[in-house]
Design a protein around this ligand. Structure first.
Ligand code: 5CA
Ligand code: ZN
Length: 416
């Protein structure tokens, strides 16, 4: 596991009895707002991490920023947070890219993970408590598959060349509870994400691969299932259960992961423990560029690192992304960075005032917005109004600027 120390987040230190006393968020499985996290103690969250074959684009950054808001709202509510993120550091796209570019797949992964961590640090995204690579958990995953084999949930294909192992989706009654998709829609997405519905010998078309026997020239590890490597979904299932236990609070990722990834994780997790996998499933909106979802495979990317190299203040990049509600699909345009840079300058001017307008009402409004489905655009609007007024009217709150600085740092991750 990689060490990634979590920096201190300042307490806002203001009582706001009128703000909601818990976080409610939009849950994919129920399709409505639910309370996420316990009333006290430790909240637990698993966010699906990167496949490190190319640099962090604004779509990835926006997804980790969205769930950073969950982390920050929980902390502001006085909860401890136990947060896990994986690294899919062995998978087809990574191996294909390394082969294409004549690189060792391990070196490619390590360099992209370093760049991701730099970008996240610059953007003030709080790191996970456990940051776990798939290649570090081969034995753990093989053990989980053996457990599923013992209870009949996984089976070995009768294929003389590649007798791979599959999870039988028809065995788990909770399969499809996360996405609620129709069979046709689910099948189309299954294929889009590399599924193999027509492979001979499968019990059900949508059964997913859990252990792939070694292919020539590809990395593999010895295990009781044969020498090979784990499938994608079972990795996240195993790492989440190992680090957070059964029925943790939140599983999260971009909206592209609802099906099949999170559906499979949930069914496998339920099959393993008999309990719900996560209580709540959160999916952030997808970021587009030039009219299409930003994606490494299509190459229509704007990179956090490129914007930073071009002189953008990372706080302004973050503020530009926060201008979109976390569930919105949106398209990146450079003028958003210009507007965010101006907004940041105004906020910084207010943060250096000797006296401001009363800040307590603003703290209440920002907490209310963030605790109600992570409504960062509403929080920003409230701040803009307060900043505008404080800059034009003489206020008498001598503590206002200091509290305001702690408020934006703590809840929005914007350091003034
Ligand atoms: N390693 C898997 C998850 S286990 C994976 O999906 N990796 S990824 O590198 O492709 O994506 C990392 C995260 O960024 C995922 O949560 C994914 O949903 C999200 N993501 C990818 N593209 C976009 C996009 N254009 N907009 C928003 N989020 C995106
Ligand atoms: Zn995942």
């Amino acid at each position: 596991m990689q060490s990634w120390p979590v920096p201190a987040v300042p307490a806002i230190d203001v009582d706001t009895p009128e703000a909601p006393s818990a976080l409610t968020v939009h849950d994919t499985a129920t399709g409505g707002l639910v309370t996420a996290g316990p009333a006290e103690g430790t909240a637990t969250m698993y966010v699906c991490g990167i496949t490190p074959y190319d640099a962090t684009h604004l779509g990835h950054a926006n997804t980790y920023l969205s769930f950073d808001l969950v982390n920050r709202v929980w902390r502001d509510l006085g909860l401890q947070v136990n947060y896990t993120q994986n690294i899919t550091d062995v998978d087809d796209p990574l191996l294909e890219r390394a082969a294409r570019d004549g690189l060792d797949w391990r070196d490619l992964a390590a360099s992209q993970v370093d760049l991701f961590r730099e970008d996240m640090t610059a953007l003030q995204v709080l790191p996970p408590d456990a940051y776990v690579g798939a290649t570090e958990t081969i034995d753990l995953v093989a053990g989980v598959i053996e457990k599923l084999q013992a209870t009949g949930y996984v089976y070995q294909l009768d294929d003389p060349q590649y007798p791979d192992w599959y999870f039988d989706v028809s065995m788990d009654p909770t399969f499809m509870d996360v996405s609620g998709l129709s069979d046709d829609a689910a099948l189309a997405r299954f294929v889009e994400f590399g599924g193999d519905p027509d492979r001979a010998g499968k019990r059900n078309p949508m059964d997913c691969l859990v252990w792939m026997q070694a292919r020539p020239g590809e990395p593999s590890w010895p295990s009781p299932l044969g020498t090979g490597r784990p499938g994608w979904h079972i990795e996240c299932t195993a790492i989440a259960l190992d680090t957070l236990g059964a029925t943790f609070d939140v599983q999260a990722g971009g909206a592209d992961l609802v099906f099949p990834h999170h559906e499979m994780c949930a069914a496998q997790g339920h099959a393993l423990t008999g309990a719900p996998f996560a209580r709540t499933y959160l999916h952030s909106g997808l970021v587009a560029l030039d009219g299409e979802k930003m994606s490494k495979s299509k190459g229509n990317l704007e990179l956090v690192s490129r914007l930073r190299r071009g002189g953008a203040d990372p706080a302004a990049i973050r503020l530009a992304m926060l201008g979109h509600h976390w569930r919105e699909n949106w398209e990146w345009t450079p003028d958003q960075l210009t507007a965010a840079t101006e907004r940041l300058a105004a906020w910084r001017a207010a943060a250096s005032l000797a006296a401001t307008l009363d800040v307590t009402a603003l703290v209440t409004e920002v907490r209310r917005a963030m605790r109600t489905d992570l409504d960062a655009p509403a929080a920003i609007a409230a701040i803009d109004a307060w900043v505008g007024a404080s800059l034009s009217i003489e206020g008498d709150d001598a503590e206002g600027a200091a509290v305001f600085t702690r408020l934006t740092d703590s809840l929005l991750g914007i350091k003034l």
